[in-house]
Ligand binder design. Structure first.
Ligand SMILES: [Zn+2]
Length: 173
């Protein structure tokens, strides 16, 4: 909530600049994501009330997944998770990333070079004065992080994920 207020003030102070920066596609009604601005826009298979999400996720994951927040770097226990297994959505349990595609990007956020098939959706995110590609769970719309094009082979992509939005399920022995 405090973040929202602060952002509103910032926007108020630079209203003219902000209006000039709104890309054409926003006027056309295309879905655009935004850091800290609330749920990822769109229609998703799994929907819950705000109250339900807050209860299911807890405050920290709620802020990341339902407000499009970003967790502080180097805070996720999943950075040190190196077992075989699958990373699932913390909101709806959809399998999202195979541990075999995880690598150490040095950024402080769990990073992957590729999601599982039909696992994530993408949106343009023009918040914070830059253009990024937002990544969310395709089933519940929970915000997961962003993808950048400075990743390793074979894809060259870096899926920079908030660890708190993921749940690791180790491969059965
Ligand atoms: Zn999900």
């Amino acid at each position: 909530m405090t973040t929202l207020k602060r952002r509103s003030l910032l926007l108020g102070g630079t209203a003219l600049g902000a209006i000039a920066a709104i890309p054409a596609m926003q006027w056309l009604g295309a879905a655009i994501a935004g850091e800290g601005e609330g749920p990822v826009p769109g229609t998703f298979e799994i929907t819950r009330t705000d109250e339900e999400w807050r209860r299911i996720l807890g405050d920290d994951a709620y802020y990341v997944m339902r407000m499009q927040g970003t967790e502080r770097p180097f805070t996720s226990a999943l950075l040190d998770e190196h077992r075989e297994g699958i990373f699932h959505c913390a909101g709806c349990d959809l399998p999202l990333f195979d541990a075999a595609t995880k690598y150490d990007s040095g950024t402080g956020w769990p990073s992957f070079y590729q999601p599982l098939d039909n696992a994530v959706g993408e949106l343009v995110d023009n918040s914070l004065g830059m253009t990024r590609t937002e990544i969310h769970c395709r089933r519940c719309g929970g915000h997961l992080g962003h993808v950048f094009n400075d990743g390793p082979a074979p894809t060259g992509l870096r899926y920079c994920m908030d660890g708190i939005a993921l749940k690791f399920v180790p491969k059965a022995a």
